[in-house]
Design a binder for this molecule. Structure first.
Ligand code: HEC
Length: 149
């Protein structure tokens, strides 16, 4: 009896199309950027002060969304350390998923820098639509241009 009740509850939750959970999506980012977002110096940049500073500027917000959508192929310099890595495009995330994971990073993982203004799915959709011709190396070039450090 109990099992049947639980099944009905779960089926109902599935049909309600719950908004994507940024913390769950972040698990895949943590494989490289680590659980706390501290990263690995020289290999995987921290998601901290630079993230929040970028998220405070229009061009920086575009760069952050496109880094997730398109991937990133530097060189870039984050918090004074050089990175010449390759971040794969994070496939399978729709605009809501991209916004959710960026909001988890800006609101929970990154604890330093300016106040964080959440991303909306409409905002992410706009960046995605305007970047059809950009590849991961083009996205990396945006970093210095928008004052990433
Ligand atoms: C396979 C490893 C890997 C995964 C998974 C990964 N990243 Fe990255 N990420 C990197 C690397 C490497 C760089 C630096 C790229 C370079 O050197 O050009 C980077 C850079 C970034 C940057 C730029 C930071 C800055 O200050 O300019 C952001 C933002 C970012 N990642 C967010 C994410 C998010 C969010 C996820 C999960 C949805 C994610 N990454 C998943 C490896 C990864």
């Amino acid at each position: 009896m109990k099992a049947i009740f639980a099944f009905i509850l779960l089926a109902g939750a599935g049909m309600a199309q719950a908004a994507p959970d940024g913390a769950t999506i972040y698990n895949r980012c943590a494989a490289c950027h680590t659980r706390t977002g501290a990263g690995v110096p020289g290999a995987y940049p921290p998601l901290g002060a630079d993230f929040r500073a970028l998220a405070a500027k229009p061009g920086g917000r575009r760069y952050l969304a496109l880094a997730v959508i398109k991937g990133l192929n530097g060189p870039i310099s984050v918090e004074g350390k050089p990175y010449r890595g390759m971040m794969p495009a994070q496939g399978g995330l729709d605009d809501m998923g991209v916004a959710a994971v960026l909001n988890h990073v800006g609101g929970t993982i990154s604890k330093v820098g300016p106040a964080f203004k959440p991303f909306t799915d409409q905002e992410v959709a706009g960046y995605r639509a305007g970047a059809k011709a950009l590849g991961s190396a083009d996205v990396a070039k945006l970093h210095e241009g928008v004052g990433g450090k």
